[in-house]
Design a binder for this molecule. Structure first.
Ligand SMILES: [Zn+2]
Length: 296
């Protein structure tokens, strides 16, 4: 395993050290953005209960990255939905991917040297202007369906990958096909990231202030209450957003937000409207590898 993020002396993995390193990196990233004027004053307004306090101003950025590894600023973010073979008559059948196809794709990416980071780690690297090893990707599962736990999770574990599970917070422990808080805690403890995909899967581009507070801020606070950590990543339902929505996402202390616009994140990407690579039923592992390699 090549060393990345070596300021902590190990790959950011599953240990408490990782949380410490992330907290430090988050502080550095926020401090860097603040000095660059990228954050408005309201983004540091701790109006939300339990929201992280403004970070201290950092004085030094750790810069001990292995130089033998070729680096990149472009990171593709894969977007998956259901990990179940589509039943006959399934709505939006393109969104259903068979578990064996996900397994084949992950096996191929692993064999070709691809490794994952979380959305939070991508946000930290991007904010610090820090390149990442080539062949780094993020994999996001939208909507928080149970098959994320039952099917995607074991496959990710098999190949040593970390996933991002974007959950519709109001459905957790409520809808039968949604994951439970216990399952989400297990995923988080195993090193995967739980992201905010709104409270009710509302189209946040159409909401007033009160609606945005509920769908973006209150959902984040509820994630923190149940998981012990404020979410770093937001995923726009329907890939739909506007200026008010990005402002709400920033004010609620998310570090990065993903759309469904096609592309890889880079230094020039808007961190609050970051692109992704949509994976659909029928996409072959080789085709997905080709699409990722185009960004490498
Ligand atoms: Zn969704």
């Amino acid at each position: 395993m090549r060393t990345r993020w070596s300021s902590s002396g190990s790959r950011l993995g599953r240990s408490p050290r990782r949380r410490l390193a992330l907290t430090g990196a988050f502080a550095l990233a926020l401090a860097a953005m603040t000095t660059q004027g990228m954050l408005g004053a309201e983004s540091l307004d701790p109006a939300l209960p339990g929201a992280p306090p403004p970070p201290p101003i950092a004085t030094a950025v750790p810069r001990r990255i292995t130089t033998a590894v070729r680096m990149t600023y472009r990171v593709p973010v894969l977007m998956y939905h259901r990990i179940t073979c589509a039943p006959r008559g399934a709505p939006l059948p393109g969104l259903w991917v068979c578990p064996r196809d996900l397994d084949r794709t992950m096996r191929l990416l692993r064999a070709r040297g691809w490794t994952t980071i979380t959305g939070a780690e991508l946000a930290d690297a991007r904010a610090a202007g820090r390149p990442l090893p080539r062949r780094t990707f993020v994999i996001v599962f939208d909507d928080g369906n149970r098959d994320g736990y039952d099917r995607a999770y074991p496959i990710l574990e098999r190949y040593g990958f970390q996933g991002v599970f974007a959950v519709v917070v109001g459905r957790v422990d409520v809808k039968r096909r949604a994951m439970t808080w216990a399952e989400l805690r297990e995923l988080q403890e195993a090193g995967h990231e739980i992201a905010n995909h709104s409270m009710s899967h509302a189209n946040v581009a159409r909401l007033d202030r009160a609606g945005l507070a509920r769908e973006v801020g209150r959902s984040a606070a509820r994630l923190r209450r149940h998981l012990g950590a404020w979410p770093r990543t937001f995923v726009y339902p329907y890939g739909s957003w506007d200026r008010s929505a990005t402002r709400a996402v920033r004010a609620a202390h998310h570090s990065i937000a993903f759309t469904t616009v096609s592309g890889a994140t880079s230094r020039s990407s808007d961190r609050l409207a970051a692109p992704r690579v949509r994976i659909s039923r029928g996409d072959s592992p080789e085709g997905i590898l080709r699409r990722l390699s185009a960004f490498d």
